[in-house]
Ligand binder design. Structure first.
Ligand code: CUA
Length: 219
């Protein structure tokens, strides 16, 4: 999870998040190269004394600085599309979790296991244990097996919510009247924290998500 002064992405706990981080670094590297080049060119203009009274057009340089950015953009566009389709791929999930957003808590259904249903509320600050995370811990965690493909179905009962777990690279909107689907794979045991990321009302910040990832034989 994120702690103090952690401004970058969280460590990945799933193969998809790993790919997302690779793509982020790739895009950032291209961005830095463009910024340095353009910054250098603009800086050097201050020291330029060359004057060409007869310069009217430069066909070649116009061609180069039109086509070159287009080619550079392709180097971002193709990996981006690859990642987009990779995120949408469903790989024979071994179980399904259904998550329903409410104002302001999540409720969950394990449809594969005799319809287990429960609500997951944030623990209020005055009831928090000493080892709890303020505004982030919940009374009932989502327990999931590690090293398995998990399908998640997200919807909402009232307004739009978003079921978001940064460490797993999962972010799915819960929309009333729709059922959205994605899947993920948890690499390791542990607790993974997330928050709603649609502006769903006054207590939007107070509907966190906690996933407890356990080995399959403990599940
Ligand atoms: Cu639910 Cu924001």
């Amino acid at each position: 999870m994120s702690t103090w002064a952690n401004l970058g992405l969280q460590d990945s706990a799933s193969p998809l998040m790993e790919q997302l981080i690779f793509f982020h670094d790739h895009a950032l590297l291209i961005l830095v190269m463009i910024t340095v080049l353009v910054g250098y060119l603009m800086f050097m203009l201050f020291f330029n004394n060359y004057i060409n009274r007869f310069l009217l057009h430069g066909q070649l340089i116009e061609m180069i600085w039109t086509i070159l950015p287009a080619i550079i953009l392709l180097f971002i566009a193709f990996p981006s599309l690859r990642l987009l389709y990779l995120l949408d791929e469903i790989n024979e999930p071994s179980m399904t979790l259904k998550s329903i957003g409410h104002q302001w808590y999540w409720s969950y259904e394990y449809s594969d296991f005799n319809d287990i249903e429960f609500d997951s509320y944030m623990i209020p600050t005055n009831e928090l244990m000493n080892n709890g995370f303020r505004l982030l811990d919940v009374d009932n965690r989502v327990i999931l097996p590690m090293n398995s493909q998990i399908r998640i179905l997200v919807t909402a009962a009232d307004v739009i919510h978003s079921w978001t777990i940064p460490a797993l690279g999962v972010k799915v909107d819960g929309t009333p009247g729709r059922l959205n689907q994605t899947n993920f794979f948890i690499n390791r045991p542990g607790l993974f924290y997330g928050q709603c990321s649609e502006i769903c009302g006054a207590n939007h910040s107070f509907m966190p998500i906690v996933i407890e990832s356990v080995p399959v034989n403990y599940f």
